[in-house]
Design a protein around this ligand. Structure first.
Ligand SMILES: O=C(O)c1ccc(O)c(O)c1
Ligand SMILES: [Mg+2]
Length: 632
């Protein structure tokens, strides 16, 4: 496969778009007519600029309202086409996209349209050009690729072919099997776009909500597999009309687009009957076995406070780094690292973001393979000098510039804590046991327009899936929440996208100077026993409004004794088809970081219905005692 993207998919002026597209690694670019019209250079200038970036123009588009025009308008339509042919020759591209006619005056009839295309093919051939026909999902007479294909077939001209666009086919739920019988040389190019499932007018949905393959809910990989089965191995071109992308960062949108195509190619290539698709070789998605550790960067003063909280949570210092000011705290399978080094990446991260959980380690089957896949998908590798004999753990940059370490059990990477750390002998302590077992989930807060970037990042590199987006109501706005999780729950990451800085999540991003881990949730098998241990340790739970408990009792028909217990321990409750969920929160630490403790009795979700109460309580706790509310 070769990769291309339409200029319409990216924000900025044409030169900026091309720079971003080239830098992201695309082979080609579709020139959208409006981008060309708004640019004050000649078509030849544009062509040169594209080629100077090492790109090829895959097509020029769109040419609208061509086929089936009544006689009076027909000859003008052909004249219009001739003018486009001249521009294309100057630009240096041989393909134009004709989308199906939407004009109310256009006439139907497959043979009439085929005759028009035959004639257009003759004219295009004189210029050495080709014409691809695409069925818009809202075309007046032609809105199904099967009908467009029939017209192309009847036009019977070597310079006339078909353009398939996943959005138009999938938005109308057209049978994908119908693609398999199209000869590959009649598919002139394939356009790809995904979209979230929203029930709305097709044209509006298409023009505003498309997103990169893998970011939405359409079966784009099944569509692409059907195309690969024809033997087609040409350009796959992203054509993404998206309001958010138009206003976004050109470089990151382009990078996401390239990642989405490479990931899609890899997925399709791994399936049956698609071996003719040429894709960059890379290891399969990494299966995550668990969270190896979470690392905080802090200065000495903040670290003392943080360690104090960790102790109330029942953690104990179990090892100290051989050469660095780094301590390892553990409980059950949970390992937390507190790094107070005055140099290196952790310190740089502290300087920018303050105390934060800036790194996490994922335990995978093979860390080197996982790293190779991440790098093949455009992730940024991270390395910093290590002392002699210490382990260089493979790492990539993640959310907010933080780190994701990749460790495995098959090499020294899994034993880094034995190699780099000196154990601290177990002492008698008066810290009560709190029965925390493993990290249940890691909650990362990101700017709203980064949500799709990180969803694609995690799902393309690791064996995970994303859950549908849910809206979390914060008293000051909406926070969009979406989960990335592995099937067995070994990796669970909740991504929260904040649209404004008055929400708890938005405040966190503003005060921390960027995205990052906002809370860590630990699992217990007995939340009431945990709560008792926490109380003994002086842990300060987040106090939940008493009104909550009356409602929860009524909603779920809870035994009043249970409600009383929940209330006494400030535990939130939820239930789904699989079971029950219990949640207990800490108050906030610093600018809105907190801990959560959960008990899942079969429950699969994340307590979204409780978020509004939790957020209200956290915001109350964030405000200094007696101070009026500053934000509104
Ligand atoms: O929305 C449109 O008009 C439009 C134009 C050209 C395309 O290739 C397309 O998929 C949609
Ligand atoms: Mg299209």
């Amino acid at each position: 496969m070769k990769t291309s993207i339409a200029t319409v998919s990216i924000s900025g002026e044409l030169p900026e778009k091309l720079e971003a597209i080239a830098r992201a690694g695309f082979d080609g670019v579709e020139i959208f007519e409006n981008d060309f019209l708004a640019f004050d250079g000649s078509p030849a200038d544009v062509g040169r600029m594209v080629r100077d970036h090492g790109l090829e123009i895959t097509l020029f588009q769109p040419f609208r309202d061509f086929e089936g025009m009544p006689e009076t308008l027909r000859s003008r339509t052909f004249d219009r086409a001739e003018r486009k042919f001249d521009i294309m020759q100057e630009l240096g591209t041989d393909l134009v996209l004709v989308c199906s006619n939407v004009s109310p005056v256009s006439l139907g009839g497959v043979d009439r349209a085929a005759a028009d295309f035959h004639e257009l093919g003759e004219r295009a051939a004189r210029h050495g050009l080709r014409v691809g026909y695409e069925a818009l999902a809202w075309g007046r007479h032609i809105n199904d690729h099967r009908d467009a294909w029939e017209i192309v077939r009847r036009a019977d001209h070597p310079n006339i072919g078909l353009i398939l666009d996943s959005f138009h086919t999938l938005s109308r739920k057209i049978d994908i099997n119908s693609i398999r019988s199209i000869p590959k040389d009649k598919i002139f190019i394939v356009q790809l776009a995904d979209a979230p499932l929203i029930d709305m007018d097709l044209l509006y949905w298409s023009r505003h909500f498309r997103n990169m393959p893998g970011e939405g809910d359409l079966p784009v990989s099944t569509f692409t597999a059907a195309i690969a089965e024809t033997g087609y191995d040409g350009y796959f071109s992203l054509e993404i009309f998206n309001d958010q992308f138009r206003g976004g960062q050109a470089r990151s949108i382009a990078a996401d687009g390239h990642r989405s195509l490479i990931y899609l190619g890899d997925q399709v290539h791994r399936g049956p009957n698609a071996k003719s698709l040429t894709v960059p070789p890379m290891p399969a998605r990494a299966k995550v076995q668990g969270i190896g550790f979470v690392e905080f960067s802090a200065d000495e003063k903040d670290a003392a406070d943080l360690v104090g909280i960790l102790e109330t949570l029942g953690f104990r210092k179990v090892a100290a780094h051989r050469t660095k000011k780094v301590g390892l705290y553990a409980q059950g399978d949970i390992r937390l690292i507190v790094n107070t080094e005055e140099k290196g990446f952790a310190n740089a991260s502290f300087a920018v973001h303050g105390t934060s959980a800036y790194a996490m380690a994922l335990v995978v089957d093979d860390a080197k393979q996982a790293l190779a896949r991440a790098v093949a998908l455009g992730a940024e590798r991270f390395e910093q000098p290590v002392a002699d004999g210490e382990v260089q753990i493979p790492a990539i940059r993640g959310v907010g510039g933080g780190l994701i370490y990749l460790i495995d059990d098959g090499s020294d990477l899994g034993r880094f804590s034995e190699i780099d750390f000196v154990p601290i002998p177990v002492e008698e302590t008066d810290v009560a046991s709190t029965h925390l077992m493993h990290v249940d989930h890691i909650a990362q807060t990101v700017a709203y327009d980064e949500m799709l970037t990180w969803l694609l990042f995690y799902t393309s590199i690791f064996e995970t899936r994303k859950t549908p987006m849910v809206d979390i109501i914060d008293p000051s706005g909406v926070v969009r929440s979406q989960v990335v999780e592995s099937a067995d729950g070994a990796l669970r990451i909740t991504l929260n996208g904040a649209e404004n800085r008055r929400t708890l999540a938005g405040h966190f991003i503003a005060e921390k100077f960027g995205s990052g881990v906002q809370h860590l949730a630990f699992h217990t098998n007995d939340i009431f026993a945990t709560s008792e241990g926490l109380q003994k340790n002086g842990f300060k739970p987040l106090v939940i409004s008493p009104n909550y408990y009356g409602d929860v009792e009524a909603r779920f028909g809870l035994d009043p004794d249970l409600t009383e217990q929940l209330k006494a321990h400030n535990i939130l409750y939820d239930r789904d088809d699989h079971g029950e969920y219990f949640q207990l929160y800490s108050t906030t630490y610093g600018e809105g970081f907190f801990f959560e403790i959960v008990e899942r009795r079969g429950y699969k979700g994340y307590g979204a219905p409780n978020a509004i109460f939790r957020i209200a309580a956290l915001k109350k706790a964030l405000r200094p005692e007696g101070m009026p509310k500053v934000e509104s």
